[in-house]
Ligand binder design. Structure first.
Ligand code: NAI
Ligand code: MG
Length: 357
């Protein structure tokens, strides 16, 4: 198998961690028993590109990456460019235009990681968060206007979009994911007591779809109570499905529980496979530590594993995840997870474990 990857390192630590993921892919592809080879096309889009060109990516950017087998993405955002411009100009543009409606974010405790959470069950922490990724609160519908006397009192409208089709496909994806796991359970999270239109529609679709999966246990929570549950009863979660904004927030919370934002991987999937899917760590560009060589590459490397799985290389994906665990277990930990291993050394230790397996 030969793959063509579009690589968008982006800004800040995005550039640093993407290199590490590529190193892991290179290592795997050059093993004597390797089942794949790959080539990369790099696209220098992001905030520096914006400051020079007034846009986050080339005008024909989407066409340039459309024919690739997958997109490997670092992170965007850097001081000097407003965050809503950098996010909408690149990451959200790709997710929405390539209909990457399922954002998969596994949360798993890694052995040896010094988590700030002292939960007795933290070793059991192993769930997958599924985020609706093309509509909801990130529909982009709304606008700003001046109103009132003196035109000084501003009003902004930010609308959420919930379509029956959009809710149904991501909820169904959550049930299909649950079927593949040992414990078959799906938890739906909304705020349908306060958001009485879109999220009530979501709840109704959830109830309807759940009837088709009698073997899957279900429960439904409001997001405020679920935030507490994440901390107090993480062992009760298995597959969690939620809207774009709610799942975005919960996934940072989940990865912090597991140890750090730096270890969380994600896949932005176009399950219909009409367009390429995009793989990226959950974290952002972390300007506070960029350039120091201390960023944790595990989130980006785990995302490369999700990419391998998506490309049909499940065994290789399992190996990478195992090597990550072996590395943290043997005490290789970046600063965010309680050690002083550098970005490069962290990858070195993962490659070392890979060659031992
Ligand atoms: P962030 O995720 O970049 O950083 C939050 C905190 O976690 C920081 O203290 C950072 O040092 C730490 N951290 C994050 N990743 C780490 C890693 N791999 N290793 C060690 N420590 C890590 O979120 P923040 O600070 O809210 O946003 C910074 C910029 O990133 C903003 O411009 C924001 O818009 C952008 N952003 C971009 C995303 C994307 O491209 N998908 C996602 C989230 C934020
Ligand atoms: Mg986020």
């Amino acid at each position: 198998q030969h793959f063509k990857l579009a690589v968008i390192p982006g800004d800040g630590i995005g550039k640093e961690v993407i290199n590490e993921g590529i190193r892991v892919l290179e290592f795997l592809s050059t093993q004597s028993n390797s089942k794949f080879t790959f080539e990369t096309d790099y696209f220098p889009w992001g905030c520096e590109y914006y400051l020079e060109n007034g846009k986050m990516m080339a005008d024909d950017g989407l066409e340039k990456i459309e024919d690739h087998d997958a997109i490997y993405f670092g992170a965007v955002g850097f001081p000097g460019v407003p965050d809503h411009i950098s996010l909408w100009g690149l990451r959200i543009a790709i997710c929405q235009n390539f209909d990457q409606w399922a954002n998969i974010r596994p949360v798993e405790f890694l052995p040896g990681v010094k988590s700030k959470l002292n939960h007795p069950e933290k070793e059991k922490l192993n769930w997958v968060l599924i985020r609706e990724n093309t509509e909801g609160e990130y529909s982009g519908i709304g606008g700003r206007n001046f109103t009132g006397r003196g035109a000084r009192k501003e009003v902004a409208v930010q609308s959420s979009l919930f379509t029956e089709e959009g809710c149904e496909r991501v909820i169904r994806y959550a049930f299909e994911t649950a079927l593949k796991r040992d414990r078959k359970k799906v938890t739906s999270v909304t705020k349908s007591n306060a958001q009485q239109y879109g999220m009530v529609l979501w709840d109704e679709v959830f109830a309807r779809v759940s009837k088709e999966y009698p073997d899957v246990e279900t429960d439904q929570w409001l997001v405020d109570a679920m935030a507490a549950n994440f901390v107090l009863r993480p062992e009760e979660l298995e597959v969690v499905v939620a809207s774009n904004l709610l799942a975005d927030i919960l996934s940072d919370l989940g990865s912090a529980l597991a140890g750090s934002l730096g270890i969380a991987a994600s896949a932005n999937l176009n399950p219909d496979r009409r367009f390429p899917s995009m793989f990226e760590a959950v974290h952002g560009s972390a300007p506070d530590i960029a350039g120091e060589g201390i960023a944790n590459p595990i989130g980006a490397i785990g995302s490369a594993a999700l990419m391998l799985e998506h490309l049909g290389l499940k065994e290789e994906a399992v190996l990478v995840n195992q090597a990550i665990k072996d590395a943290t277990q043997s005490g290789f930990l970046t600063a965010d997870i309680g050690g002083n291993t550098s970005t490069k050394e962290m990858t070195d230790s993962i490659l070392q474990q890979l060659s031992n397996i």
